[in-house]
Write a protein that binds this ligand. Structure first.
Ligand code: SF4
Length: 242
């Protein structure tokens, strides 16, 4: 079995705990206009690696996984290559490697991975599934279901909200997120991080012949982030910064 990968490398504490070997898997079912990895959206492209090759590479890298590190699969969207990703996580978990994935949470199969995941990092991009669908192309109702399933399974869970001006970053949005997160039972059971909009991927769009459609209003100021965070903290939601 093979995985298509468009990027890999070590990263400290950004994509899970400690020093981690991070594999970016090709393919995503969403089309977020702010995506910083447009080269990873298609299921084609990247390089094809066998599970055996990746496991061997990880085992050779064991000494690098300091401070609780390990392997993170991210994307793109990990669940687009579900069977191969599941097989890789299973092999790594039973080799004693700390495992983590970053996901948009829209796959109904996600709970199948919980038994072999030390940490699940999941985006929650909007409190309104229709607005989520209008902008990304897919509803986020399944993401909410997967949050509920993760909490019920006591799956360690780190949620992230990408804060995008004009989409989800107002104080009204913060209040709606707080209400939703409480309904889902998140306070005290999962961490939450705010990821303010950035343009790191912008130059890639030109080189790929793709149009970058985000305007100036997508930026969020430090004051907006602080106001958003205050609203969530007031509701008992723990915010972390990695
Ligand atoms: S879910 Fe992530 S990888 Fe997929 S389009 Fe959105 S930002 Fe890009």
């Amino acid at each position: 079995m093979e995985l298509r990968i468009f990027q890999k490398g070590f990263n400290f504490s950004q994509d899970g705990p400690g020093n981690r070997l991070v594999y970016h898997l090709q393919g995503c079912n969403l089309r977020c206009p702010w995506c910083s990895n447009p080269e990873g959206l298609s299921l084609q492209g990247g390089v094809s690696c066998s599970i055996d090759e990746i496991v061997a590479e990880v085992l050779r890298s064991r000494a690098m996984f300091f401070d609780g590190g390990g392997v993170t699969l991210t994307g793109g969207e990990v669940c687009m290559q579900f069977s191969a990703a599941a097989q890789l996580l299973d092999r790594l978990y039973y080799e004693g490697i700390n495992t983590c994935i970053e996901t948009n949470g829209t796959s109904p199969r996600l709970p199948e991975l919980f038994p072999v995941l030390d940490l699940l990092i999941m985006d929650i991009k909007h409190h309104d599934p229709q607005k989520h669908k209008a902008v990304t192309g897919v509803s986020c109702l399944q993401t909410y279901r997967n949050i509920t399933a993760a909490l019920a399974a006591k799956q360690p869970l780190a949620l992230r909200i990408p804060l995008i001006g004009g989409f989800n970053a107002s104080v009204e949005d913060a209040a709606a997120f707080a209400k939703l997160l409480k309904q889902l039972g998140v306070p005290g059971k999962a961490t939450l991080e705010l990821l303010p909009y950035h343009e790191y991927g912008r130059a890639k769009y030109d080189s790929l012949g793709m149009e970058y459609t985000m305007g100036e209003n997508a930026h969020v100021s430090a004051a907006q982030v602080a106001a958003f965070a205050r609203c969530l903290k007031d509701e008992g939601i723990t915010l972390i910064h990695t």
